[in-house]
Design a protein around this ligand. Structure first.
Ligand code: SF4
Ligand code: SF4
Length: 346
């Protein structure tokens, strides 16, 4: 990996460079927080944010997309193309880069790769940006507070400079053309280390690290805790909507009003939805909120680890804000931390 340093006042030139060459997506300030959206004015880019309401996932898995058009009369597919402009997503935090790496395991490096996802991934540069944690961030507990892979360029602010790690030719070439990058000095490296330590120290220490969470979940699978969470859950699926790693979808056909043509559509689905596990014949494999909420947390903190060796939660904290019933991974971690302490006291 190459390391370079630029002055902070070169940032707008770098942004302008990416804007000239690519469709440019970055965090901007909206009514109720920060959101990623297409931007054409560098002054609108807001890099000093803790988290965005939703993640860049929507640029790879849109909440609803047409997979193909078909002729119902001829029983033939008429179009299945994905038209993606080369684009840059700028200012992505490490948790969201790690979330995309998790999605890759499901949609790209999987037995049935998804051509729509892959095309978007191949046409998108990810420019990462260091951050300071807010009170609901716990990526440090899951090793997702650093993005060792998955970004074409990663920028860490050190005083009045950025130290930049480069992983792709395209990102390097834009940096070279629009800025005056220098080699990192020993002093820059020391500053980098100091900034990293400062970030580590800023995480909320009230959120417990439960190393053996997956095993604990197996032991307490029938605990009343899940009933209590299920009783509170409103089945709104806000948690899944904001989550950067929730990847479930539904597929349905929508016939045009003329009845001759139609679209096959993929849309986000959520395991907290009552219909999610409903099958033909009327049986529901997760027929109550207790089972659905429990399943959500098992998939995030237990099941995905078994199949892919990574937890599916990256500790971004978005669902902590989104769930108005206060059901979130921090509550789950605290519960298992208490259970562990009770057992230790026995
Ligand atoms: S856990 Fe919270 S956000 Fe998720 S469906 Fe239940 S009430 Fe809604
Ligand atoms: S479960 Fe919550 S904290 Fe974990 S990645 Fe999803 S939204 Fe973020």
């Amino acid at each position: 990996m190459l390391y370079r340093v630029i002055d902070t006042d070169e940032l707008s030139s770098l942004i302008r460079g990416f804007m000239d060459d690519y469709e440019f997506i970055a965090p901007v300030k909206a009514d109720r927080g920060y959101v990623f959206e297409v931007v054409d004015d560098p002054s609108k880019v807001e890099l000093d944010y803790v988290t965005t309401i939703t993640s860049p996932k929507k640029y790879f898995l849109p909440s609803e997309e047409v997979l193909m058009r078909y002729s119902a009369e001829e029983n033939e597919i008429t179009d299945y193309s994905v038209d993606i402009k080369p684009r840059v997503i700028f200012g992505v935090h490490p948790c969201d880069i790690n979330a995309l790496n998790r999605l890759d395991l499901v949609y790209k490096d999987a037995p049935y790769p998804d051509p729509y996802y892959i095309k978007r991934r191949e046409n998108t540069l990810i420019i990462g940006m260091s951050c300071m944690p807010g009170p609901n961030c716990f990526c440090n507990l899951f090793g997702t507070d650093e993005a060792r892979m998955g970004a074409d360029m990663f920028m860490q602010k050190i005083g009045d400079k950025y130290i930049i790690s480069l992983s792709s030719v395209e990102a390097s070439s834009t940096l070279e053309r629009y800025c005056n990058p220098q080699r990192a000095t020993d002093e820059d490296r020391k500053e980098f280390r100091r900034a990293t330590r400062e970030r580590e120290a800023a995480f909320n220490k009230d959120i417990p690290h439960v190393q053996e969470i997956a095993m604990m979940m197996d032991v307490f699978h029938r605990d009343e805790f899940w009933t209590e969470l299920g009783n509170r859950c409103q089945s709104c699926s806000a948690c899944a909507s904001v989550c950067p790693t929730c990847f479930c979808f539904d597929i349905f056909d929508r016939l045009d009003p003329d009845g001759k043509n139609g679209s096959r559509i993929r849309s986000w689905d959520a395991c907290t939805s009552p219909e999610f596990a409903l099958v033909a014949g009327g049986h529901n494999f997760r027929g109550d909120n207790r089972r659905r909420v429990r399943h959500r947390f098992y998939h995030k903190l237990n099941g995905f680890t078994g199949s892919h060796d990574y937890q599916l939660c990256v500790g971004c904290g978005r669902c902590v804000t989104a769930c108005k019933a206060n059901i979130n991974p921090i509550e789950v971690l605290k519960f298992f931390d208490r259970k562990g302490a009770e057992q230790d006291g026995e």
